[in-house]
Design a protein around this ligand. Structure first.
Ligand code: LLP
Length: 421
């Protein structure tokens, strides 16, 4: 969690008063700090690239805003995409196909042929996918592929985002790894790498090391069988601190340890990483406005104009997001409140039991660390339009996504003629 500057009792974000941003663009609004985005990308890239050739494939599922993608494209990032939509969005943002890896799960033939047709590397997730890809891409066995394996090591901030454990729906089970690479060769493919993604938001480096051991074991075994890989892809999952005083993961140490293992134990010269959260999480706050204050006796509520349609993480994973009143920044707190939104469900709670300084209607409520899986997971539930996104840089703000109009929610619907008139 970042510390923010206080100017006359108002929180500053990207050199601007959050109250000015809320007044100019309305609420709810996601606001991203360009400088921090560039810094985060450089931090993770530099940590690894000082040891060996490194490609950072930003996991764009965390945030697919075209401006954010464009900034990362300028920084030299590559992309981890999980759907045709993500691949096409990244191409639109200016990424060349050879900077994109597609890692699908339970992929349909329709999507597989479309992605293969765009020339991006495919990180194959199952034997079924390999056989189907072989049929679909007949005559194009030059198609770059890699395999996602299930390392039998999982990690994550919540059971819903742990992906690498034995029996997972993701990846080639350990027992099938070698024969799947051999089968790929038989089919005419030339597999370039090996990949894991153990899960998201874990905050210990041990599972990464354990998974790396599995990757190294298979890399060396494959070499003995005549299959020489070019890279090891460690996936994403670097956790970030959401709570005050929580320490950051030591990315430099993680990089030294992981690259050290590869360089000592294999002939591999290139590592790929797929951080999503690490790159975008703390670049962005969600600004929402207090619209209602209620004392329900045993509980006090701050009602705001963002709900789980805007930020679903607290409702979905019980995630903690820090909250401050941007216009009473640093003021003494008076009581505990639940911060709740306008959705017609009791689960529409953004934060529980937070001490806040005398909240009132009109206050600007700042929700921290909303850049990863924030806007990206927002929805139209309760027919609420998707909100705006703004980029700030050195005291200037620019609109990077306008809010939807309510009417736009109807454009794909059709009412049968017989019901009209
Ligand atoms: N690579 C693959 C193959 C992935 O599936 C993911 C995330 C990543 C990379 C990036 O992981 P990260 O570095 O962001 O942890 N909605 C959840 C997180 C789901 C992550 C899904 N896969 C949340 O809000 O916490």
């Amino acid at each position: 969690m970042r510390d923010y500057e206080n100017r006359d009792g108002v929180m500053l974000f990207g050199g601007m008063k959050v109250t000015d941003i809320a007044d100019e663009f309305g609420t709810p609004v996601y606001v991203t700090d360009e400088k921090r985005l560039r810094e985060n990308y450089r931090n993770v890239h530099n940590a690894f690239s000082k040891h060996m050739e490194t490609k950072v494939h930003y996991a764009c599922k965390a945030n697919t805003n075209l401006t954010i993608l464009k900034i990362l494209e300028q920084e030299g990032s590559c992309i981890d995409a999980v759907s045709l939509g993500e691949v096409m969005t990244c191409l639109k943002a200016g990424f060349a196909p050879d900077r994109i890896i597609y890692t699908g799960n339970n992929v349909s033939n329709k999507e597989l042929s479309a992605v293969a047709g765009l020339g991006v590397m495919i990180n194959v997730d199952s034997v079924s996918e390999l056989e189907r890809l072989s049929k679909l891409s007949d005559g194009n066995k030059a198609l770059p592929i890699s395999f996602r394996i299930t390392p039998g090591v999982g990690s994550g901030h919540n059971a819903k985002v742990v992906t690498g454990s034995t029996g997972s729906k993701f990846g080639i089970p350990e027992k099938d790894v070698i024969k799947t690479y051999l089968r790929a060769k038989e089919l005419g493919f030339d597999p370039r790498g090996i990949h894991v993604h153990i899960g998201s938001g874990g905050r210990s480096s041990e599972p990464f090391m354990d998974a790396m051991e599995v990757l190294i074991r298979f890399t060396n075994e494959l070499k003995e069988k005549g299959i020489e890989l070019e890279f090891i892809d460690m996936g994403g999952g670097i956790g970030v601190p959401y709570r005050p005083n929580e320490p950051e993961m030591d990315v430099d140490e993680l990089a030294a340890d992981l690259t050290g293992m590869i360089l000592e134990e294999t002939d591999i010269k290139k590592i790929l990483l797929e951080p999503g959260r690490y790159i975008v999480c703390d670049t962005t706050v969600l600004l929402t406005r207090c619209v209602d204050v209620k004392d329900a006796g045993i509980k006090k509520y701050v009602g705001v104009d963002a709900g789980f349609n805007t930020l679903i993480r607290p409702a979905m994973y019980d995630s903690y997001h820090h909250i401050a009143l941007g216009n009473k920044f640093g003021k003494a707190c008076t009581a505990k409140y639940d911060v709740v939104g306008p959705i017609c469900e009791s689960g529409d709670c953004l934060a529980r039991d937070r001490v806040l300084p005398d909240p009132e209607e009109g206050d600007v409520v700042v929700i921290y660390d909303a850049g990863a899986y924030g806007f990206a997971m927002s929805s139209n539930y309760n027919s609420r339009p998707l909100c705006r996104e703004v980029l700030v840089n050195d005291g200037k703000a620019e609109l990077i996504r306008d809010s939807e109009k309510i009417e736009e929610q109807w454009i794909h619907q059709r009412i049968p003629e017989r019901l009209i008139g």
